[in-house]
Design a protein around this ligand. Sequence first.
Ligand code: HEC
Length: 134
Amino acid sequence: MLKNRYILSSLLAFSSLNADSLGSLLFHGNCTTCHYETKTVSAPSMVNIRKHYKTAFSKKDDFVKYMSKWVANPNPETSIMLQSIEKHGIMPHLGFEEEALKEIVEYIYDTDFAKSQKGHINQNPSPKRNLSNH
Ligand code: HEC
């Protein structure tokens, strides 16, 4: 996963980005290939993940610490969503840097994915076709 590492490091170099837009950029560039905002497809939706983590960790600090550690090193023993592992298999190890993960997870904590759909490129992957064209 050298490509991911490269993307994350080069984005982090843009210090003019504020924390929120950096987290958003990194999230949409690196997580939404598997995690859709509201739909569970090949991985649990972000709405679902956020709900589980908010129930387990009400404080933002704890939420960010636990989730960024987990994503850095996915492990069934520390998972709080074992049913998702049974259903989809364990999330692959992606080789993200800890600092980048914190930005991403802060964005996840702060974002109500059921409401904010803007910026997602994968939500409807197939273009709408004009079916009446015959
Ligand atoms: C290649 C696909 C893929 C990518 C990319 C991916 N995930 Fe996952 N993720 C999964 C799958 C599958 C699961 C469900 C199984 C599990 O929990 O391990 C999962 C589970 C999770 C969980 C639940 C952890 C738990 O307690 O079990 C979190 C949190 C998570 N992903 C965050 C992220 C974040 C943040 C990113 C982007 C940095 C990301 N994922 C990128 C596939 C992916």
